[in-house]
Design a protein around this ligand. Sequence first.
Ligand code: VG1
Ligand code: CO
Length: 543
Amino acid sequence: TQITTVTTAPIEGQKPGTSGLRKQTMVFQQPHYLENFVQSIFTAIGGVEGKTLVLGGDGRYFNDRASQVVMRMAAAQGAARVIVGQGALLSTPAASNLIRKRQTDGGIILSASHNPGGPNGDFGIKFNTPNGGPAPEDVTGRIFEATRTIESYKILEAQDVDLSTLGTHALGGMDVEVVHPVSDYQALMEELFDFDALRALFASGFTMRFDAMHAITGPYARAILEGALGAAPGTVVNGTPSPDFGGGHPDPNPTWAKGLMDLMMGPEAPDFGAASDGDGDRNMIVGRGAYVTPSDSIAVLAANFAHVPAYASGLAGVARSMPTSRASDRVAEALGIACYETPTGWKFFGNLLDAGKATLCGEESAGTGSNHVREKDGLWAVLYWLSILAATRKSVAEVMADHWARFGRNYYSRHDYEAVDSARANALMDGLRAQLATLPGQSFSGLTVAEADEFAYDDPVDGSRSEGQGIRVGFDGGSRVVFRLSGTGTQGATLRVYLEAYAPGPDGLDAAPEEALAEVISAADAIAGITRHTGRDGPDVTT
Ligand code: VG1
Ligand code: CO
């Protein structure tokens, strides 16, 4: 084993986005591309000498190669230990748990989450800090700075470490500890939830389908749902992680999990359906004939805290990302607890969770989580929902009807316009910014603008300020539209338009979402000129 110092030069565009650095796989396979970024992470955290890191990924194409590179670089630079999931696999929440449980100096997660994988798909890498959460903006800023000044990196010349065998292996002077990807995570879930109550639910004949979308949650869901909780064999489908996710798009929403949606809306529907994404941090919840929007899901979880042992003593607060509907705000108000509004991306919840200000967090993009780790957690959300169904013995549709009757209903939808020419997308956003001052008081499609601004977040814990986090337009009566550009796409720009309409009830709680949102949708286009700027007749994906 010999340490080589490789001369390199900065590579353009290695700026971490909403969740790490995400690029097309072939971009990551260019000479030095991965190594430059890994070195920049190490530089940003003051080197890795004597440190312990967690390492794992969602199993996508290049996961195995990239993990060997990360380990050889860590070994060459004096790291003490890398704790890696068997086969280089770890779901994002499981990695967050290991970082915390083993009190490591952080971790590296290899994933592009819900983006497709394979040689023609996407790859990604992200650094999580010792609290288990995604690196906050000051750290990602330092990483980006390092990518712009890098001159060399050190790497060990060595054979691949055998990641199929559990136990500790030597790599140069560093220990590589291969752990089972599921066991620590499962132990945590057993602490949080009443597994006996969940076993009783399945024993009563309750039926479910969990679609792992050929991604990382397959082994976790099989072990927990079918193994520990006694769900029928075959409950978990598409449960074997594949490097290209079976050629699919591992994004748990009605568009990409269409098979599950069709089942749940049809005559053969089981009692409950759920899906998770590439790296296991997102969830989709669907009952028989009843899809639950992620914005509603976080609100329902908050309202039903008493049904889960870990939260039954009360919630400190609820946090949601700005574009997420305000359904959870109403719950927080009723419970008399704080409600926080953060920019998009889980990294903004970390401080609130660390400071004990928030217990539950959620995003409209199918992310929900709590203070048990510092990432959103797909399977955790599924177990939380199962706990509610076990305690109430109600159907998902009944739980939702009760919730809306109590709090009113925030109809919600997101329209995505993908791979839009970046200049045109920026022109649309610039056009919105230019109108902000004059929008209030104007009417569009029967809706009058009450307020309009560009969201900026002042972190109540560390005082940092994050600007340019999306344009919000609120209408009289509580409807709202939000516009922002995605920070996870890899081609052109993705425009996200978030639409919300509030019905206080008791009437109007059972409308079709597209009807309840029709005025907001048409006002959004009138204000932003979506068709004019993008040249598109309608969104590519509606969730
Ligand atoms: C998207 C979602 C955001 C989420 C992020 C990472 O970001 O909107 O809510 O936190 O993905 O999730 P953006 O910038 O594309 O809107 V994951 O599961 O892809 O790591
Ligand atoms: Co994800």
